[in-house]
Ligand binder design. Structure first.
Ligand code: AKG
Ligand code: FE2
Length: 343
């Protein structure tokens, strides 16, 4: 699983910091992130509560001010906390771990199953289409005009996606989704894990063709552009997809709380959790809820991927069909810190 950028300091006396490493605390011991945030926010404004590792029993509580972290540490370290199920917490100041770019790119283990990533709302179904259907879908898009971007080719159906604004013009509808995807839309309407999949109406399709070694930069599909379900069908070649959750989203447009913040893009923000999943051809990925709204997805620009103990070569191309529903009003998701409609 992904390594957090905040770690436990070596030794017992770490330098003080606004970030606390809190052990014996987390969803694995019955404490939700919300309940932890609510108890720790009594000591000052929080930036957030994050998993410290994959145990589910260690978290990073990140404050705006160091003095708040000090007050919380003094109050809670080593004492049973009645508001957190009477658990005794073990608290240290946390430090930012120095990671090299090499580690960032290469060290995250790759899972085969979405459930292993522990990201709510993320689902992967293998063999969503047959080999024959895959051939037909590829033939259908290859018979239609591709638009060349700098490193990959795309086709848009339903609505054009504008890469400059990362949005769609809702007043310019191109038409209905093409008939060659009807079978996919029908299968999506009985997608497991969704309460009401039959009522999901998808009206935008982006087809991406990635040559070997080409990926996609980390991004969250713009909240104000698309609704809460994003389905992505992988065809032809495999890839891995990495998910990143950033501690700060200061580089989002209209960020007002830190006007002096210099960060321009997620690449400048080094505080993030990482998870990765293998996407084989013919699999369907669903991003919903937290996975859709609060995690960046990213396809590393690799020619080969290490999956468990196997080296997997990307094919000569990967073609993905991404189905979304264009949003017509502002997004009202539960993740305002990641939401362009709510900033
Ligand atoms: O190729 C994929 O599976 C994902 C494409 C994607 O994330 C996007 O078009 O926003
Ligand atoms: Fe995306």
């Amino acid at each position: 699983m992904g390594l957090p950028r905040f770690g436990r300091p070596k030794g017992f006396e770490g330098d003080s910091s606004p970030n606390l490493y809190v052990a014996n605390c987390g969803p694995a011991v019955g404490l939700s992130y919300d309940s932890i945030a609510s108890v720790f926010s009594a000591f000052g404004e929080l930036k957030g509560v994050f998993a410290a590792d994959d145990s589910g029993a260690r978290v990073i509580v990140s404050y705006r001010d160091e003095s708040s972290a000090t007050a919380a540490l003094e109050a809670f370290d080593g004492h049973p906390c009645p508001d957190l199920g009477g658990r005794s917490l073990h608290i240290r100041y946390s430090v930012i771990q120095p990671t090299s770019q090499g580690q960032v790119n290469d060290s995250v283990p790759v899972s085969l199953m979405a459930s292993e990533l522990n990201i709510p709302g993320l689902y992967l179904l293998q063999d969503f289409v047959s080999i024959k259907e895959e051939e037909e879908l590829l033939a259908a898009v290859d018979a239609r005009p591709w638009k060349s971007l700098s490193k990959r080719r795309v086709q848009h159906y339903g609505y054009e996606f504008c890469y400059e604004t990362r949005n769609v013009n809702t007043r310019r509808k191109l038409g209905e989704l093409p008939s060659f995807v009807s079978l996919i839309l029908e299968r999506i309407s009985s997608f497991p894990n969704l309460d009401d999949s039959a009522n999901i109406v998808l009206d935008q399709l982006t087809v991406n063709e990635y040559p070997t070694g080409v990926g996609l930069s980390p991004h969250v599909d713009t909240h104000s552009a698309f609704e809460g379900f994003i389905f992505s069908l992988s065809l032809a070649g495999p890839c891995i997809m990495e998910f990143r959750q950033y501690a700060e989203c200061a580089w989002l447009p209209n960020h007002t709380s830190s006007p002096s913040m210099k960060m321009q893009s997620p690449e400048d923000d080094k505080s993030f959790l990482r998870r990765a999943i293998y996407l084989p051809p013919r699999s369907m990925l669903l991003l919903s809820g937290e996975a859709r709204y609060a995690w960046h997805h990213y396809i590393p620009h690799h020619k080969i991927d290490l999956v468990k103990d196997s080296v997997i070569r990307r094919g000569s191309r990967r073609v993905s069909f991404t189905f979304r529903k264009v949003r017509t009003g502002p997004c009202q998701c539960e993740f305002p810190q990641y939401c362009d409609s709510q900033r």
